[in-house]
Design a protein around this ligand. Structure first.
Ligand SMILES: [Zn+2]
Length: 461
């Protein structure tokens, strides 16, 4: 079945065609390790994981590269406040990043290159841009000359003409890694050494790389000059991704990336996360309030990745409740499948149809809300037998990643099972006094009994 994605380069959905048969090169902008990842970042990582899993579900081998930005303006600023070296400063945040991924059941990427280990690759790229006449040196720093790169703005739609730099003699330049989202300016590739900043030797003088060149260098090093997918969040489209395209295509003369796939923002109580509002949360904040990290993954699945997701504690609670209900239902299905195992022909046909539906949703630009709704339909279905239900759930979870195959059910003690059997017999014989006594006995052992139409069901009290 064809997989379709919304490609930001052409601003529409198109059928995905990999450069190499059944293999995908996928680069995703990773964390800048100056703080814990906030839930907005985590939403992006979950969306990228779903994208990877969807491709794998379709039989592709995915080479995912996620960089670790361990030298950049914010890192330098924050590390200087603490008086630590940047490598000591970033270490705990880098560790926390990997812990978060594990808790959110995000599959491991193929490579996690670190910026400080790829300075030589960045220098090479800057040298190529200088050679191609797309960059210039001034005051010990090197800048990209956007007026020389004709297709600058092709991703963001922001014309270089809207900036003051275009074609003018008085080019305006920007030194910071992040800047105004509406003005196109010559941006820094190599920053001249300043007091107390980490620095490396380069042919154009001692200094350090700009943030944008880091991603161009690390992505092409592992995935080649042209690769399939670049992922990230919409706030990275300009200037970061736009600059990546300019640097890479300017240096190699080849198309950088075929598909740019960008995830939408997460807001908190309808507002943008910001320090001043005190609404920047990370996974540790959620766990401190006794939330399961996978409840946040569940919440992320309830909204399409290209829609805004409004985070509230209530919405997280609703997701946690839904996830718990789902787990309980799966335990029941697991227990029931031991009793009924025959699969009828009509169930086989229905199973095939449901699998196709699931594929249709995920392959339609990752429509996870519909895939999740289908999962619930299966859980509640009265037409499917438990074994078929369970197999479908586990199959879908390869993409959903809610760890549904690893739910541990409480082991019911033999004595309780015996009492339940005895009670059933009494009920059949209409000896309700005795069956009530047995119910109380079962309860005193810590188990609740629910007489459903399909027989008694036990739940830990
Ligand atoms: Zn990046």
């Amino acid at each position: 079945m064809a997989v379709k994605f919304y490609n930001f380069l052409i601003r529409k959905k198109e059928t995905f065609k990999s450069l190499r048969p059944k293999q995908v090169g996928f680069y995703a902008c990773g964390p800048t390790v100056y703080d814990y990842a906030h839930i907005g970042n985590l939403r992006t990582y979950i969306f990228e994981d779903i994208l990877k899993r969807t491709l794998e579900y379709n039989g592709y081998k995915v080479n995912l590269v996620v960089n670790i930005t361990d030298v950049e303006d914010k890192i330098i600023r924050e590390s200087q406040k603490t008086g630590k070296s940047i490598s000591d400063f970033v270490k705990p945040y880098e560790k926390a990043f990997f812990e978060d991924l594990k808790k959110l059941n995000i599959e491991k990427a193929w490579k996690y290159p670190k910026a400080t280990k790829h300075i030589k690759d960045m220098i090479k790229l800057i040298a190529a841009l200088l050679k191609n006449g797309l960059a210039y040196e001034t005051g010990g720093s090197v800048y990209f000359d956007i007026s020389k790169f004709k297709s600058y703005g092709k991703l963001s739609g922001l014309s270089a003409r809207s900036g003051s730099a275009f074609g003018g003699k008085n080019q305006s330049r920007i030194d910071s890694d992040e800047y105004d989202k509406t003005s196109a300016e010559d941006f820094v590739l190599w920053k001249v050494a300043k007091n107390n900043e980490p620095l490396w030797d380069a042919p154009f003088g001692k200094g350090r790389p700009g943030w944008h060149i880091e991603c161009s260098a690390m992505s092409m090093k592992y995935l080649g000059n042209t690769f399939d997918i670049h992922g990230g969040a919409v706030d990275l489209i300009f200037p970061h991704h736009e600059n990546e395209i300019a640097q890479s295509e300017g240096a190699t003369g080849k198309t950088f990336v075929k598909y740019f796939i960008e995830g939408e923002h997460l807001s908190v109580n309808g507002e943008k996360m910001s320090k001043s509002l005190g609404n920047i949360f990370n996974l540790r904040d959620l766990e401190a309030k006794k939330f399961d990290p996978l409840a946040f993954r569940y919440l992320s699945l309830t909204a399409h990745y290209r829609s805004k997701l409004n985070f509230t504690w209530e919405s997280l609670q609703a997701s946690q409740n839904a996830l718990e209900k789902l787990r309980e239902a799966i335990i029941e299905i697991k227990n029931e499948q031991k009793q009924h195992s025959d699969i009828l022909e009509n169930v086989r046909v229905l199973k095939k149809h449901l699998s196709k539906e699931f594929e249709k949703y995920i392959n339609d630009d990752l429509d996870m809300p519909r895939a999740l709704a289908l999962l619930w339909e299966i859980v509640k279905s009265e037409k499917l037998n438990p074994k078929t239900k369970y197999n479908l759930i586990i199959d879908f979870d390869k993409v959903l990643g809610l760890n549904l195959g690893k739910i541990k059910s409480e082991k019911i003690p033999v004595i309780v099972l015996k009492l339940v059997k005895e009670r059933e017999k009494c009920r059949q014989e209409k000896n309700f006094t005795k069956s009530d006594e047995l119910r109380k006995k079962i309860e005193s052992l810590g188990w609740l009994i629910d007489d459903s139409p399909s027989g008694p069901k036990l739940k830990k009290n």
